[in-house]
Design a binder for this molecule. Structure first.
Ligand code: AMP
Ligand code: ZN
Length: 123
């Protein structure tokens, strides 16, 4: 897509603070972070929304979701399974989808938002 900002980031036509890249995905810090850690996992292939995905996107979605805890750990907001009593660690992983889902950029992306409970006081 010629006019898509995340396609342009994937193609290196505009810069980003990249934290991960392979043949299918790129991950970079959100330019307007909502929390101490806030990065986006983005497929290099243009897909507009989660609602545009079908079985053919299953491997891509799986890869995005499995990358989230790995990069969260590297960025300092990882969670170790079974440590829910430890009182720290963890993140939100979120696909905003469509206007009522708060989606602003219509190129599929997974928000990973973490740090020391940035959403405390929110739902
Ligand atoms: P959404 O509302 O789910 O579509 O989220 C889009 C996200 O992309 C927002 O959190 C923006 O801050 C972020 N964003 C927009 N442009 C850029 C950019 N050039 N680099 C990094 N993040 C961006
Ligand atoms: Zn795109």
């Amino acid at each position: 897509m010629t006019d898509c900002i995340f396609c342009k980031i994937a193609a290196k036509q505009i810069p980003s603070r990249t934290i991960f890249e392979d043949e299918d995905l790129i991950a970079f810090h959100d330019i307007n972070p909502a929390a101490p850690v806030h990065f986006l996992i983005v497929p290099k292939q243009h897909v507009a929304t989660l609602a545009d995905c079908d079985e053919s996107h299953a491997d891509l979605l799986s890869k995005m979701m499995l990358l989230a805890p790995q990069l969260a750990k590297e960025q300092g907001c990882g969670y170790v399974a079974g440590e829910q009593d430890a009182g720290s660690g963890g993140f939100k992983a979120q696909f905003n989808t469509g206007p009522d889902g708060g989606q602003e950029v219509y190129h599929l992306h997974l928000h990973v938002i973490g740090g020391p409970r940035p959403w405390r006081g929110q739902r």
